[in-house]
Design a protein around this ligand. Structure first.
Ligand code: UDP
Ligand code: MG
Length: 152
């Protein structure tokens, strides 16, 4: 199984889309193995968006990503990197296919609601960037009932 990194960007939190987006991943069958809220800082963003540092929009994208807290997720599943990237849609929300997250919730190239790792190699680096080892959990389901206490 693969693991991939997703960031629910400030736009997702500010526009109150968190529940809907999490629900898509959950319904799809991806396991949540890590999830936390954090405020991204300049150092982390310089690293995360290092491939964009020569672009004219580098400052803008960093400002957009630090405008409010974000939620970072580590998702697990067979071919999770490719599957989640497909669920995200292409970068520009206006070009993303309806049915994808960006296609359904974004009209913008910058404010495109989520980040998703673009390759297995990138995913490995990005997961380490955002999660400590002890913040990632086993995806294996445990036995027992989660509907009632044993005395009910
Ligand atoms: N971005 C932008 N303007 C652009 C291209 C990208 O503001 O012309 C932002 C956008 O938020 C995107 C992020 O920079 O998600 C990272 O860009 P990348 O090319 O890695 O796209 P992604 O992998 O997110 O689809
Ligand atoms: Mg990218």
């Amino acid at each position: 199984m693969e693991r991939t990194l997703v960031i629910l960007k400030p736009a997702a939190l500010q526009r109150e889309l968190v529940g809907e987006i999490l629900s898509r991943f959950e319904r799809k069958g991806l396991y949540f193995v890590g999830m936390k809220m954090m405020q991204l800082n300049d150092a982390l963003l310089n690293e995360h968006y290092g491939h964009l540092k020569e672009k004219s929009f580098f400052g803008d994208v960093k400002a957009a990503m630090s405008a409010s807290p974000v939620i970072v997720l580590c998702l697990e599943g067979v071919e999770a990197v490719r599957v989640v990237r497909a669920m995200a849609g292409v970068t520009n929300g206006r070009n993303a296919e309806p049915g994808t997250i960006r296609g359904d919730y974004s009209m913008s190239v910058e404010q495109n609601v989520i980040h998703a790792s673009d390759s297995i190699e990138t995913a490995e680096v990005e997961i380490k960037r955002f999660f400590k080892e002890e913040e990632l959990f086993d995806s294996k389901r445990v036995g027992g009932s989660f509907y009632y206490a044993k005395y009910e």
